[in-house]
Design a protein around this ligand. Structure first.
Ligand SMILES: C[S@@+](CC[C@H](N)C(=O)[O-])C[C@H]1O[C@@H](n2cnc3c(N)ncnc32)[C@H](O)[C@@H]1O
Length: 235
């Protein structure tokens, strides 16, 4: 049902007043409050959502677990972990047990892991479709891939200068991407964030500066973070 003409007029007037009297305060600036996601000042807003997602997935972080770069979330959220591997793209990580390109890793046998924690990595890979196909191959039947990707984010300069920061995803592209290899009925895609959380994240204003309600309000049109839980069929 469309709004009545009076209601539509009132809403237009309200919108005009709001944009006329917008007070930017200290945010009318061309450079962010903190150019490094707020690291060192508290919890970057994307990490608040990443941790909330992984916390909700504790029961599948078990058995043979693979994580990228380091094992911080395996240690924090895993229970009943029987082996912990760390995959890194280049040989400069002290934690790495596997050096590989996730888009092309024939050296990793099929069905190797019960859980793969792929946090903030897939968007660095040019051929994301090959990466998802490899993830499906190396996760064991019944195992889970827990993946997070940015929807709204500044460039990560550190990563751009090393392996390249290439993509931002939406709930739609993440759903379509994972459906190229995983059973869509065993894949859950969710989005996290709202306009305020997104502005704070872009400015490098940390999660501790926001109220729980400000972080937890969900707006599907401001997809700061996209999370994917993809399970491989047991056959
Ligand atoms: C920002 S870290 C993400 C993981 C980290 N544990 C975290 O929670 O932020 C970026 C990681 O992407 C990995 N990476 C980049 N390109 C890759 C590729 N093609 N294959 C496998 N890993 C890749 C790098 O090895 C690096 O560890």
């Amino acid at each position: 049902m469309s709004p009545s003409p009076l209601r539509a007029r009132l809403s237009a007037v309200r919108q005009r007043l709001r944009s006329r009297f917008t007070r930017f305060g200290s945010l009318k600036r061309l450079y962010p409050v903190n150019p490094s996601f707020g690291l060192g000042k508290g919890t970057p807003v994307d990490r608040y959502y990443i941790e909330r997602f992984l916390d909700s997935q504790r029961e599948v972080i078990r058995g043979r677990v693979l994580e990228i770069g380091d094992r911080r979330y395996t240690e924090k959220y895993g229970a009943g972990v029987t082996s912990s591997d760390v995959l890194h793209f280049v040989e400069d990580s002290p934690d790495a047990t596997i050096i590989a390109d996730i888009a092309d890793c024939p050296q990793i046998p099929a069905d190797s892991f019960d859980c793969i924690i792929l946090v903030q990595t897939l968007h660095y890979v040019f051929d994301m479709r090959s990466a998802v196909s490899e993830l499906h191959r190396i996760v064991a039947p019944g195992g889970h891939v827990l993946c997070t990707v940015p929807g709204i984010s500044q460039i990560s300069r550190y990563d751009m200068d090393r392996w390249g920061d290439r993509w931002r995803l939406t709930s739609l592209s993440a759903t379509e991407l994972f459906a190229t290899a995983f059973d869509p009925t065993r894949t859950s895609v969710a989005t996290h964030g709202n306009v305020l959380a997104s502005i704070c994240f872009l400015e490098g204003i940390v999660a501790e500066k926001l109220l729980p309600r400000e972080l937890d309000t969900h707006d599907e049109d401001y997809q700061l973070l996209v999370t994917i839980d993809a399970a491989k069929n047991r056959q």
